[in-house]
Design a binder for this molecule. Structure first.
Ligand SMILES: *Cc1c(COP(=O)(O)O)cnc(C)c1O
Length: 400
């Protein structure tokens, strides 16, 4: 890649993370141990949650969260198709079926008005997503959930540091406002440990289950056995998994957490700058923040003017040395979801056959959305180049 190539995202990792990983390696304890415990405490404090439990990825966090709120084979879980495919996959890991609800095109998030018509006797939970970091309308979602006594799991994979106005205060996503919130530390997110994840909850019983299941269902964690003065025999009362985060990763995560407040402030500034630079491109729709939300702007996704072609716009930008990504993809359009039994949509009578009329906004968001470069070290000059190239790409198509 040429020197002046602008990537779509880039993790911010430095000497601090290198030293932290080295410290963990040289300590002699490299998997889940004291660094994980410290990372959990610091993360819980950051989001304001009573409990935080570290796991190996955002996906394994979702799997455990759904199990913890009682999702079992044959159940249904309300969610969106328009998300990273891991959201829907995690429901299938439980032997349950995702029920896809369409999004609100303004925020790319679940349209809460469409949840109630999608409920059935089999509905066991709601899995809502804070897409690309933008908080979803938790107030409206929780209202429906309480009315029907359904637990709410938040897919907060992208939303670390995002805030929502709650009873006249700004609160971080993950307190949690639902029953459990799930975060990801994949390199595309604001905080990365290579791979990794975290679950937060206010429910001590749920937290206990998560800790059991992430480590093979082992009754006595190896950290406890290791520090015990007496011989301790463990047992395995339940089927568990190996979903551990390592201490090397957690040490890196603790350094990443320190960078977060500044990283979010920077991104909010850059997003405001994009808004200025792109405001007058005809037909281009910029992402909008509801007044009750403050996003971390993990991704800045614009909607292209109707007369443009997504692939051509993205190719034009790539030719100018600028990477972009298309809008978030829809799970129901992927071959892994081609069997009708794998999901259903809000309208019970709709027989899914490829494209689904009940998910029209989701499909449009995939085919019209383009994610622009945004990362900690992006320069104003690079942002100007992105704006210039996008303006050009849009105008060529409108005239052509
Ligand atoms: C990244 C992401 C996931 C998966 O997280 P991993 O850590 O990659 O497993 C799940 N849901 C959403 C919305 C994501 O963006």
């Amino acid at each position: 890649m040429p020197n002046d190539f602008v990537p779509v995202a880039r993790p911010h990792l430095g000497q601090e993370e290198v030293s932290a990983a080295g410290r963990a390696i040289l300590s002699g304890w490299v998997t889940q141990g004291p660094e994980v415990a410290a990372f959990e405490r610091e993360f819980a404090e950051f989001v304001g949650a009573p409990h935080a439990c570290a796991v190996s990825s955002g996906t394994t966090a979702l799997h455990l969260a759904l199990l913890a709120v009682g999702v079992r084979p044959g159940d249904e879980v309300i969610t969106v198709s328009h998300s990273y495919i891991a959201t829907a996959n995690s429901i299938r890991y439980c032997g349950a079926k995702p029920v896809f609800v369409d999004i609100d095109p303004a925020t790319f998030n679940i349209d809460p008005r469409k949840i109630e018509p999608a409920l059935s006797k089999r509905t066991r939970a709601i899995l809502c997503v804070h897409q690309m970091g933008m908080p979803c309308d938790l107030k409206a979602i929780l209202e429906v959930a309480r009315k029907h006594q359904l637990p709410v799991v938040e897919d907060a994979a992208c939303a670390i540091g995002s805030e929502i106005s709650w009873q006249d205060r700004w609160e971080r996503i993950g307190r949690p406002h639902g029953d459990v919130a799930c975060f990801s530390f994949h390199p595309r997110k604001l905080l990365t440990t290579g791979d990794g994840g975290m679950l937060t909850t206010a429910d001590a019983e749920i937290d206990h289950k998560l800790r059991l299941w992430r480590q093979h269902g082992m009754s006595v964690p190896d950290t406890v056995r290791h520090s015990s003065r007496e011989v301790v025999f463990e047992s395995y009362p339940e089927l568990g998994f190996n979903y551990r985060l390592t201490d090397i990763q957690a040490a890196v995560g603790r350094e990443q957490l320190k960078r977060l407040p500044e990283a979010i402030a920077q991104r909010r500034q850059m997003a405001a700058r994009y808004r200025q630079l792109l405001a007058d491109i005809p037909g281009l729709v910029l992402p909008a923040e509801p007044e009750w939300a403050r996003t971390n702007w993990q991704s800045y996704c614009v909607r292209l003017p109707e007369a443009t072609n997504q692939r051509q716009v993205m190719q034009h930008m790539l030719d100018e040395g600028i990477a972009t990504r298309r809008g978030i993809m829809c799970a129901h359009l992927e071959p892994a979801y081609s069997a009708p039994a794998t999901w259903r949509c809000a309208q019970i009578e709709c027989k899914p056959d490829g494209s689904c009329p009940n998910l029209a906004e989701s499909e449009r968001a995939q085919s019209r959305g383009v994610i622009l470069p945004l990362f900690s070290q992006i320069t104003e000059e690079q942002q100007d180049r992105v704006a210039r190239a996008l303006r050009q790409a849009c105008s060529i198509r409108i005239q052509g």
